[in-house]
Design a binder for this molecule. Sequence first.
Ligand code: SF4
Length: 145
Amino acid sequence: MTYTDWFQIHTKKHRAIVNRLSAEKLTPEQIVEYFEFDNMVYYESDFCLLYTTKTKCHDIPHLNCYWCACPHFRFDDNALPNIEKITVYSHCAINAPLGKVFHHESSLHHDCSDCTIPHESKVILKNFSIDWKDTMKKCLITSNI
Ligand code: SF4
């Protein structure tokens, strides 16, 4: 699955949930709280593949899944090789200190497995939008979804 495929599928899943919660007149704080890992595993088992095994993508006490992805992540499924013949498909726009790089043959992807910035409720609420796709709009470098 490409980054773009995942982005499109996730946009629909996220929108379906927030539309339902908005119709119930939940506040932003209540909506973000709903996306706490334990609650999502129980009520929204189809939202993430990891929920089937109750596995957290980051082993932190209050993992919040509202963003799932990160607004600082940048990806380009159509990236071309650079002068060193390496194709950089993704990177972190803020060079977060806990971000890493994943090399595979001549491809390079950004690895966020040690960074928990997008999973903290206070960060999400500070930049809250009901529209996940709008929050993530800078992630796509060349695609036009
Ligand atoms: S390293 Fe952290 S801040 Fe950067 S894209 Fe990944 S999760 Fe976001």
